[in-house]
Design a protein around this ligand. Structure first.
Ligand code: ZN
Length: 76
C-alpha cells in the first residue's frame, strides 16, 4: 500500500520500511507538526478577523429579537 506524504506528497510505502509513515521522513513529520502550530495561530487570528463580518447578520438578528421582545413587553 502506498500513501502520500502529507507534507511533500511523495509516495510512502505503508510498511515497516517507512517508520515515519504517513510521512516520507522525520523532517516532513516535523514540518507538518510545525504547520499545525502555525495553523492554530492562523485560525485564532482568523477568528477575531472574521468576527466583524459574522456579527453583521447577528446584529440584525438581535435587533429583530429586541423589537420582538419590545412588542411582547408592551403586550404585557
Ligand atoms: Zn515528505
Amino acid at each position: 500500500m502506498i500513501v502520500n506524504c502529507p507534507t511533500c506528497q511523495a509516495d510512502v510505502e505503508w510498511s515497516e520500511n517507512s517508520p515515519n509513515r504517513p510521512f516520507c521522513s522525520k523532517k516532513c513529520q516535523l514540518i507538518d507538526l510545525g504547520e499545525w502550530a502555525t495553523e492554530d495561530r492562523t485560525i485564532a487570528g482568523e477568528k477575531s478577523a472574521s468576527d466583524t463580518p459574522e456579527n453583521m447578520p447577528d446584529i440584525e438578528d438581535i435587533e429583530a429579537m429586541l423589537s420582538q421582545q419590545a412588542g411582547d413587553f408592551f403586550k404585557h
